[in-house]
Design a protein around this ligand. Structure first.
Ligand SMILES: [Zn+2]
Length: 305
């Protein structure tokens, strides 16, 4: 009996809990935990979304592993037993892309930026998976890298049931393969990792561009979104656009000014880490230094533009 109880405790302490929430009419989400991937959270550290239509589900992002995407699918089927018609991947980071094989095997059409497929074809994609699996306690051991069926390089509209979805490339920003999804007529925007509130975005990816990310956020502002769905927050609105723009503008301006004054990278990091108004926000400790490093190096390239 004791062994059974201990067994249950063990089960509960390691299992992730995934709660499906309806956040808007016909639209559902699961909310990842605010942490880095670990065996405890099984990599469930970002949100994924699904829209219920007469023709089936349209989904945005696939979560981190096949185990997790299967759980998400099971929850959706409890709402309505209809197939997943489309899966749109906002960008190639593991918590958005690595669960994709589940939906591919279920017959969904997978849509992503062309640069995600380009990355898929490189040896680096497999190496990244292997290294991430080692680094994060084997949580990605069942991941099957899968490329998109439809490649996005320019805005594309798809119709599903009564919905029309605009899929818009917004790269380079967080990565070189960011796309966002606008539900036309509802002004609901799925923005992947482009918009945050009260937490620091990651701009250290090798394909990122803070300069263009700032431009892209202003483009989204002009589209006047009503509901903004990011990957690491609850429902957002225009205040989150202001927060993200504020941080990126602050950091880029600060690095640029200090670099022009002849400061070294280490001096710039030290100065900013003492004076930044953003230093108490979540993920500052892990992302701010890589963000400074990326901006510092990109400024060298801009000198030749
Ligand atoms: Zn990302």
């Amino acid at each position: 009996m004791v062994r059974i109880i201990l067994g249950f405790l063990f089960l509960f302490s390691t299992a992730f809990s995934m709660e499906l929430k309806q956040f808007y009419k016909n639209m559902y989400m699961v909310r990842g935990v605010d942490a880095m991937p670990s065996p405890e959270n099984m990599g469930f550290m970002s949100n994924a979304y699904a829209i219920l239509t007469e023709e089936g589900w349209a989904m945005i992002d696939s979560l981190s592993t096949p185990e997790m995407s299967k759980e998400f699918y099971t929850e959706l089927q409890k709402v309505k037993k209809v197939p997943v018609k489309y899966l749109i991947i906002t960008h190639y980071h593991p918590d958005h892309w690595y669960g994709v094989s589940t939906f591919k095997e279920l017959g969904a059409t997978v849509i992503a930026h062309k640069n995600l497929n380009e990355f898929f074809k490189t040896p680096e994609s497999k190496l990244t998976l292997e290294l991430s699996n080692q680094r994060f306690g084997g949580i990605y051991k069942n991941v099957k890298l899968t490329q998109a069926d439809v490649e996005i390089t320019s805005p594309k509209d798809i119709s599903i049931g009564k919905y029309s979805l605009s899929i818009i490339p917004m790269n380079p920003a967080h990565t070189n393969n960011d796309i966002v999804v606008l539900v036309k007529g509802e002004n609901v925007f799925f923005v992947g990792n482009l918009v945050y509130l009260s937490r620091i975005p990651f701009a250290g990816d090798k394909g990122s561009s803070v300069k263009n990310w700032i431009k892209v956020l202003k483009d989204i502002q002009r589209m006047n979104p009503k509901v903004i769905l990011g990957s690491h927050n609850e429902l957002l609105d225009k205040k989150a656009l202001e927060f993200t723009l504020g941080y990126l503008n602050y950091l880029r301006d600060a690095v640029k000014k200090l670099k022009e004054e002849g400061k070294s990278l280490d001096q710039i990091k030290e100065f900013i880490n003492q004076s930044s108004p953003y230093k108490n926000f979540v993920t500052y400790q892990v992302f701010n230094d890589p963000n400074i490093y990326k901006i510092y190096n990109d400024l060298d390239l801009e000198d030749f533009e």
